[in-house]
Every structure is written in structure tokens, then in C-alpha cells.
Design a protein around this ligand. Sequence first.
Ligand code: NAI
Ligand code: MG
Length: 475
Amino acid sequence: MFEYAPAPESRAVVDIRPSYRLFVGGEWTDSQGGTAHKTVNPASEEALSEVVWATEADVDRAVGAARKAFGVWSALPGSERAKYLFRIARIIQERSRELAVLETLDNGKPIRESRDVDLPLVAAHFFYYAGWADKLGHAGYGPDPRPLGVAGQIIPWNFPLLMLAWKIAPALACGNTVVLKPAETTPLTALLFAEICQQADLPPGVVNIVTGAGETGAALVNHPDVNKIAFTGSTEVGRQIARSVAGSGKRLTLELGGKAANIVFDDAALDQAVEGVVNGIFFNQGHVCCAGSRLLVQESVAEELLEALKRRLTTLRLGDPLDKNTDIGAINSAAQLAKIRELSEAGEAEGAERWSPACPLPERGYWFPPTIFTGVAQSHRIAREEVFGPVLSVLTFRTPAEAVEKANNTPYGLSAGVWTEKGSRILWMADRLRAGVVWANTFNRFDPTSPFGGYKESGYGREGGRHGLEAYLDV
Ligand code: NAI
Ligand code: MG
């Protein structure tokens, strides 16, 4: 182990206003009766800015603006809509340093990740769907598929700008207009995106951004003039939304939680598998719906793998998310930290063995050390519930059939990972794992051309790829 000199990214590259209004009809507008709330940097608990929590009246105005814009936007030829989307994608690339710093400040994720993963994927998503806008007739949904209308989109705090891109890019490419609500703890990059829409001369009302918490989200879900709801977040809220939307004729896609198995066979390249396991659960502090939170390792290599894994964890650097050497940033909120602590304590109480490397935590801010639980039984809460933090549960298996059985023994079905040298075994496993995405000898890899989504309680509908168009077309 050697020391690294601090290498902080400059926060001066981004201007944060002291307060923000709502972005409706292409302009910044005052809320009707909404209260102001601080958004904080979770690494320091310092207030970054104030945003307003939009009321039902605000949401109504935003939906009205989107409805008005729908006529114009949906009537444009696809090639014209594509020009706007390409322009937005290019501006995102030009301003990516600013966006990455802002994302890291508001969310707590390491700058290395916002800079090298989130922002490149955000731009790639806009480029990809810009390319579809004039080719919808060739997407397999009929010769002239029509948009749905106004889309209400509600996103979480773990990948704020990336989830915005996943929602807005396909919606606009297909000719819909949107009202998007970012999460209450991470509103700032969506508000900067609103500025980018202005910079790109996007027609007013095509994109509207309303900040707020659950009540604002519920107002959007329940608005009678919304044609489609797209939600990413907790299974509990997803269920509520499904109930509210039932029978209303609104279209719905849900991307909810996960409890993915990352399965390591005895013939796998163990050093590579260790990197994949680390990336699977400690990337983005484990705030990842498709995180590999259950490590299933074949009994014969379990000891060797765990030893290597623990050694690797002692080299992870936790601390200032703006430092370019940081591997593990801050937990996004006090509430999420409390949830991670509670589930970890339950893990110990139920008899699993807890391990973390020596890891001094900063005094201010929300932090949790990388943590491994061994001796985990399938009945333990940490094996069944989504922790959504840097906590790995380790289970073992003897045969491929047992691995499949254990991997599928979950109410979720979003993703899974398989580590083995045998191609035939990868295919055999992929056929049997009930998960929307199965990664082989890698994990947490994303590409805009590839559909993403879940089975069972992980939700329904697909985002990304040609499949992602279906959610925004009247097919
Ligand atoms: P959440 O589901 O409450 O929040 C997600 C979004 O939904 C936010 O924008 C929130 O304001 C909005 N929302 C909340 N209540 C709503 C309602 N009744 N109607 C409409 N919109 C509503 O998730 P939360 O509380 O932030 O996290 C709780 C747990 O959910 C996490 O610990 C994690 O396990 C899971 N989660 C999963 C995510 C995923 O990517 N699948 C993302 C975020 C959380
Ligand atoms: Mg909540």
C-alpha cells in the first residue's frame, strides 16, 4: 500500500445558483405555494442550493406546457427532432466536466465514476436515440408508429443524470413531450440539463423539470392528462404507482430493485473475478439496482477467493468524492445510511460474520465502509432484501444446479453475473437465470444499444436499445 497525494477536481468549474425555480414551458417559473428545501453535499453535509418542492398546481402547469408542446413536437419530421437530440448530446459532451462535478457534489459518488462512467453514458444515450428519431418506421413497430403524448417521468438519486437520459432521450426521439421529476436529494444536474435544453433551443415545453419529493411525484402520476408514467425507484413506491395507474389507460414502465447473484465457478480466472465482484457491489457505493449484492462462490475456491477479495478491499480508498483517486464516495443521504446500518446490524444479529477493512471514515458527511458478510444463509435479511449500499453477502454452492436454485431464490430478477472459463456453462446458466441482464466474466457493463429491465418484483418494461422505443410508442 502506498499513499496518494490529494488530486482534487476543481469545484469552481460549475456555477451553482443559490436557489432554483421550476422549469416549465421553456422558462424558469415561480412555484404556486411550494416550499423551498436545501439540497446538500452528502460528503460534507454542506448545503449546495435550494430547490422548490412543486405543488399539484405546479405539476398541472407543467403537464399543460407539455401538452401544448406535444402538438408541435410530434408533428416535426423525425430528422428534425434528431437534430435537437444530437445538439443536446454534443452540449452534454462539451459541458461534461461541469456536469460530472455537479453530479459528484450533489450525489456523493466519486468523480472518477461520474466523469468516466455516468457522463459518457449520458451523452451516448442521447446520441443513440437521436439516431432512431428518423428511423422509427424501421424499428419493428409498424411503418409509422405514433408517440403516446405527455410522459411523466420519476427518477431516483443513484444515477441522477443517467436516469434522466434513459427517460428523456427515447421519449423525445419518439415524439413525446415530458415532465420529469428528479429525486429530492439530487435535483441539481436535472436543473442544469434544463439550461442545456434552453441552450439547444429546444421548443418550449418539450422538456419540463419539476423538483420535489414523493407528493410531487404522486401528483404527476395522478394527473389525468398524462399518457405515460416511467418510474425508477423502490419496489414499494413502484407498487403504489401501479395501483394508482391501474384502469386509467396510462401506460406504465417500472424499473425497481434487485438482489443480483454474482456467481463464481471454480474454473474462473479468480483475479478477474475479484475485480468483477468489487465492481459489482462497491461501484457507486452499492447504490445500484443491478448491484451484485449476493456473491455465490463455488465451495472449492471460496477460501481462496475470499482471501483475495479481502486483500483487494484493503486497497480501496474511501473519502472526498472530488478527489480523482477516490474509489468509494459518500452514502447519498442520512436516511439511506440509516437503512444500510439497520440491515447490517440485522445481518450480525442473524448470525452472519461481518468484515470490513481498516477504513477511517471522515468526520462529517454520510459514510459506510466496504463490508462483507460471510456465513450468510438464504433466509437472512441481508440475503433477501436490497441493502443498496456497499455490503456484500457471501454464500457458497457445490453444483451448477445449486447455483441456479440459489441465484433465482429472490423476489427480484434484474441482473446476474457468471464467472467461468466455459462458454457452454455461461449459456447453460444464462438460460436458467431469471434475470433481465446476465453478465458473463464482467459486471455492471452498460451500453445504450442493450435493453435493460427486470422480471418479477424488479419491474416491467425495457429501457435502452430498440426495445426501449416500445415504451414510448403507441404499439
Ligand atoms: P423512492 O422509491 O422513494 O424514490 C424514487 C423516486 O420516487 C424519487 O424521485 C421520489 O421522490 C419518488 N417518489 C417517492 N414516493 C413517491 C410516490 N408516492 N409517488 C411518486 N413518486 C414518488 O426510493 P428511496 O426512498 O429514495 O429509496 C428507498 C430504497 O429504494 C433504497 O434503499 C433502494 O433499496 C431502493 N431504490 C432503488 C432504486 C433503483 O434504481 N431501482 C433507486 C432508488 C432507490
Ligand atoms: Mg422515499
